[in-house]
Design a protein around this ligand. Structure first.
Ligand code: PEP
Length: 255
């Protein structure tokens, strides 16, 4: 039985002052404790420490939005996996489409980062997804299959169980446009099939696959009701405490 994971990707928003305000809002907005749902917030690096401290007596997990794949050294501006665990992080987003598009991340760097995250007991949230152009060309299933396969290369079945996959169609990120529930379900089922081919059906049945792309309270229920959708990676709506809390409640209700 897969538990929902509702994850907020704050992107380059909320330094420590705004982060504290957002977390306080989230605490106030949460009417029920989400017992059946895993909740994660991914603030920018500078707000990780305060978020971990702020949330220490709660069940809300804190994750980062990126790591470097080396342990340490002359990599100006980068953050290592051990730094994140030292900070109290337990998750890390890897291969977000914005990082692939603007910061030159490749399937190969994504694979190295996933291996490094796993080595440091950080749960990698592996992002995959196609552009609108790729969907129009009808190559989206192959593209996502290749992204998942490349990202998991050299990772054992046991380790893969600790990976969360997020299907994020690029055309739906930050655009207000969402994949329909049918589009989400068919791609999630496809990804689960890819995982079954790479490992086995048991692994595929256990791995969590989140949907990301303009998820908000108004569409969360229909997306989260799909059999292969195990949660959401939420950008814009996670910056609003009420909206994020509402999505958590919807997931709780569906659990
Ligand atoms: C994201 O950045 O992962 C995302 C899904 O953003 P949004 O919800 O704003 O589309």
């Amino acid at each position: 039985m897969r538990r929902f994971l509702i994850a907020g990707n704050w992107k380059m928003n909320c330094g420590p002052v705004d982060a504290a305000e957002l977390l306080e809002g989230l605490e106030n907005a949460k009417t029920e404790v989400a017992e059946e749902v895993d909740v994660l917030v991914c603030p920018p690096f500078v707000s990780l420490g305060m978020s971990v401290n702020y949330l220490q007596d709660t069940d809300i997990h804190v994750g980062a939005q990126n790591i470097h794949f080396e342990d340490n050294g002359a990599f100006t501006g980068e953050i290592s996996a051990s730094m994140l665990t030292e900070c109290g992080c337990s998750f890390v987003i890897i291969g977000h489409s914005e990082r692939r598009e603007y910061f030159g991340e490749t399937d190969s760097s994504v694979n190295k980062k996933i291996k490094k995250a796993l080595a440091f007991d950080l749960v990698p949230v592996l992002c995959v997804g196609e552009s609108l152009d790729q969907r129009k060309q009808d190559i989206h299933f192959d593209l996502v299959k290749n992204q998942v396969t490349a990202a998991l290369e050299g990772i054992s079945g046991d380790e893969a169980l600790d990976v969360v996959i997020a299907y994020e169609p690029i055309w739906a990120i930050g655009t207000g446009e969402t994949a329909s529930k049918e589009q989400a379900q068919e791609m999630h089922a496809h990804i689960r099939g890819v995982v079954a081919d790479l490992y086995d059906q048991e692994t595929a049945d256990e791995i969590r696959i989140l949907y990301g792309g303009s998820m908000k309270p108004a569409n969360a229920e229909e997306l989260l009701s799909q059999p292969d959708v195990d949660g959401g990676l939420i950008g814009g709506a996670s910056l609003n405490a009420e909206s994020f809390a509402e999505i958590i409640s919807i997931a709780e209700k569906l659990s």
